[in-house]
Design a binder for this molecule. Structure first.
Ligand code: DAT
Ligand code: MG
Length: 152
């Protein structure tokens, strides 16, 4: 499995509800590596680019209103197969259909307040990381336990 990077964002509902630590902890405990982290209230332009594939959907304006309504915690996580694994940790888009044990399954009810975003594929991840982060904001580092933690 190749080492990948993915873009993860805790949406304003997750930040307002005090779930940042809970969510960050799940990615840390899984064993992924934090490469970038910042808190910002996104501009409308940023939100519209981020959700550009949904521009024609009836929920688009409401989605942009929501994601720009308050603080977002934007992150880049790295690891083997992290893109698909993060989507599994996050759970289904509709929180009531998300499995217990997933972030949305455990922490959310409403599709319009589903707490977290994660890139859905390699191309999307590359696009979203570049959209939200400057190259200088991403810090590569070697965990001190890497040698024994990672199997070949
Ligand atoms: P995901 O966030 O699981 O990748 P998506 O890309 O299909 O889901 O949609 C992006 C976000 O848009 C989603 O997290 C919540 C919102 N959304 C999707 N479908 C919706 C709907 N039918 N009604 C309201 N909001 C919706
Ligand atoms: Mg999506």
């Amino acid at each position: 499995m190749a080492v990948e990077r993915t873009f993860i964002a805790i949406k304003p509902d997750g930040v307002q509800r005090g779930l940042v630590g809970e969510i960050l902890g799940r990615f840390e405990r899984k064993g992924f590596k934090l490469i970038g982290l910042k808190q910002l209230t996104p501009s409308r332009a940023l939100a519209e680019q981020h959700y550009g594939v949904h521009r024609e959907r009836p929920f688009f304006n409401g989605l942009v209103d929501f994601i720009t309504s308050g603080p977002v915690v934007a992150m880049v996580w790295e690891g083997d197969g992290v893109i698909a694994s993060a989507r599994q940790l996050i759970g289904a888009t509709k929180p009531l259909e998300a499995e217990p044990g997933t972030i949305r399954g455990d922490l959310a009810v409403n599709i319009g307040r589903n707490v977290i975003h994660g890139s859905d594929g390699a191309e999307t991840a590359q696009f979203e990381i570049g959209l939200w982060f400057q190259a200088a904001e991403l810090n590569d580092w070697l965990p001190s336990d890497q040698v024994w933690r990672v199997e070949a």
